[in-house]
Design a binder for this molecule. Structure first.
Ligand SMILES: C[S@@+](CC[C@H](N)C(=O)[O-])C[C@H]1O[C@@H](n2cnc3c(N)ncnc32)[C@H](O)[C@@H]1O
Length: 345
């Protein structure tokens, strides 16, 4: 367990303080850190090791890749206090502008890779989400949504295969995607009701959506592509009106590196981190499930899904009646009838 002296020794170094400042914004791998700080690998690795031993950063293993992130949920009050202190004074540290610019450039490269992948997929059939498996994800996603609301925001709408069902549940759907190719495909998928669909090119970390514009937000199989999912959740929270909900369907943590070929940046998520990000963004976590893949009897055989619903709390206690929800446990169970089992986390 790190003690006061160890933590202070770890912090008593300009490079390590700069590292903490970077890692508090997004997990980074060593190559990205080298690129941002313009230092050699052995030096960076040594600094990261010292910070990790002091409990100030943690390693996040993504298959054969290792990312480092600021200790996400320090159990040690001492560590939490120190991280808070560094955060409060981060601008007083040297090279703030330069570090932030290079970090933004590194993150932009991640985004660019994802965009290039999806922009090059003119033939939507190549995509996993077009497959039968994709149909199953969407079935699970729809089971989370309210029966009806005014505006649904579909994050990472892809080729728009969810849109017809979303348009049955809402007066209007805002479909956001970073890939113009995907938005072109989505316009076709929307079908006859395309006029009630508003297509917007943009990134989940800077949503092209006004504050409070949506009543429900759907994030189906997209967060594992997003550079900093926690920031996407903050944006979803901003885009939602009070009482609105963010519904998430994504992959549970897995080791299948072949999915990187489909532009997956993160190899799924732990329920605990999803919950932490939702809470940090201001959501009340209403629902959290781990769902076995379709038709799977053995839960280790395939990648599981995780589903979450976060609700943006009302400022005042009383939600209006029109937001009364049809959704019940039974309804969800029916829509996700295929999974071999569901486990509440
Ligand atoms: C696997 S598809 C999911 C499609 C759809 N949600 C579904 O379930 O059928 C992921 C989509 O997210 C988009 N995407 C990935 N990262 C994004 C980001 N940071 N901002 C906006 N869209 C993004 C991709 O362009 C792609 O169209």
């Amino acid at each position: 367990m790190p003690d006061l002296l160890q933590i202070h020794k770890a912090l008593a170094d300009e490079t390590r303080l700069r590292l903490l400042r970077l890692l508090s914004r997004s997990p980074l791998n060593v190559n990205e850190v080298i690129d941002i700080l313009r230092m050699g690998q052995s030096r960076i690795s040594r600094h990261l090791r010292i910070l990790a031993e002091a409990g100030l950063v943690t390693r996040r293993r993504e298959g054969t890749w290792i990312y480092y992130e600021r200790s996400p949920d320090p159990e040690e009050k001492l560590v939490a206090d120190m991280l808070l202190l560094v955060g409060e004074h981060e601008r007083a540290l040297p090279y703030f502008e330069a570090d932030m610019q290079r970090m933004e450039a590194a993150i932009e490269r991640r985004r660019q890779q994802t965009r290039s992948f999806f922009d090059s997929r003119r033939d939507g059939d190549e995509l996993r989400h077009q497959s039968l498996e994709g149909a199953y994800y969407r079935q699970v996603a729809l089971s989370l949504l309210p029966d009806h609301c005014d505006t649904i925001l579909d994050l990472g709408t892809g080729s728009g295969l969810l849109l017809p069902a979303l348009l049955e549940r809402a007066n209007k759907v805002i479909a956001v995607d970073a890939s113009s190719t995907m938005l072109d495909l989505a316009r076709v998928s929307a079908g006859a009701d395309v006029d009630r669909c508003d297509f917007r090119l943009g990134d989940l970390e800077h949503l092209p959506v006004r504050d409070g514009e949506a009543n429900a937000v759907m994030a189906c199989m997209v967060l594992h592509h997003v550079s900093t999912p926690a920031v996407a959740m903050e944006e979803a929270h901003r885009a939602l009106g009070e009482g609105g909900e963010l519904d998430i369907v994504d992959l549970a943590r897995h080791e299948d590196e072949s999915l990187r070929e489909l532009a997956d940046l993160w190899l799924g998520f732990q329920p605990a981190e999803m919950r932490r990000w939702l809470k940090a963004s201001g959501f009340d976590v209403e629902h959290a499930n781990a769902v076995a893949p379709e038709g799977t009897a053995n839960d280790t055989a395939e990648i599981r899904l995780i589903t979450f619903t976060g609700r943006k709390p009302w400022q005042q206690q009383q939600p209006p009646n029109q937001h009364a929800r049809r959704r019940k446990t039974a309804t969800r169970a029916t829509a996700a009838a295929k999974p071999a089992r569901t486990t509440t986390k």
